[in-house]
Every structure is written in structure tokens, then in C-alpha cells.
Write a protein of this length. Sequence first.
Length: 187
Amino acid sequence: MSLLLNNPEALQKARLEIDACVKEKRLLEENDLPKLPYLNGIINETLRLCSAAPLLLPHESHEDCVVGGYDIPRGTILLVNARAIHRDPNVWVEPTKFMPERFLDGREEGGMALPFGMGRRKCPGEGLAMRVIGLALGTMIQCFEWKWVGGGEVDMREGSAVTLPKVVPLEAMCRPRERMKEVLVRL
């Protein structure tokens, strides 16, 4: 939500996409998610910029090898720094800029993201996580108008911990959208 409040045009574009897909007076449903490419782009771009786990699960080298010119002895524990990969200017155009469009229309750049890991140790919960995030964020966008309570942009600085929490927690105000009040009252 922080990135969307800093990029209101992306928030509005997602809202328009959701409204066009969910025409009836109902909440977003799981079967709507594949029809919302821009919302999915927002989720993927957010996971790229604000990874829940900046270091992927440890791997162990099973034999001596050379990686990037470095000798890696057998038995070495290796960590993949996903955060560094996700912000590498050799991989991403304007790597620190929020651009959900990177993940639209099968663009090659979007295929370089690995917020859930890779290979055999890839997170088995990726599919579930993407559906839950899609439903939660999509419903928040569909049902409410959002506003940041501070002035300027939301502070996106990261703190220090395993999951990189934000230094300044987000404080935002929401109010029900007029077109969704009937639906919300029925919940």
C-alpha cells in the first residue's frame, strides 16, 4: 500500500482495472485474479522492491566449483541475495523505481524476479501467497479510497531485521467507496 500511495496513478489504474472486471456489486473473487494483469504487476513489483525475505534459503555446494570467478569449496553454505538481484541496474531498467508495467505482456525483465526463491527450494506456498495477496490488496483497492496521513511521500526506508521492516510504519486513512457501500454493509 505504501508504494501505491506514493504512486497514485498506479492505484487509480488498478482500481479502474478491478472495476472493469468486477462489474456487478460484489467483492473481488479468486477467479477474477487472472483477469487483472495490472494488479498482478503491482504485486510482483512490490515483491521485487520490498521482498519479505531479502536473502533466500541457504544452499550447500555439493562439489568444488567456481561461481563468478570465486572458488567455492564443497560443503560451503551459499545464500542468494535476492534484494541485490532485484535492484541490480544491469538487470533492471531504473531498478529503484516502482514500475508494475515490468511484469505485463511477458516482458523479459519481469522474468528476472525471484521473491519466492528458485529451483527445488522455491517456496511451495508461492501460489497460495499470490492468491491471498491478490485478494487482500485487490479488495482494499476495490472497496476503499486511500490517503496517506503524512505530507509528501510515504517513507520507504527499511529497518534492520530478517524481513526488513519499514523504519516508519505506514499510517493511512481509508473510507468506503460510494459504489461499494451496499456490498460492505452486507458483510
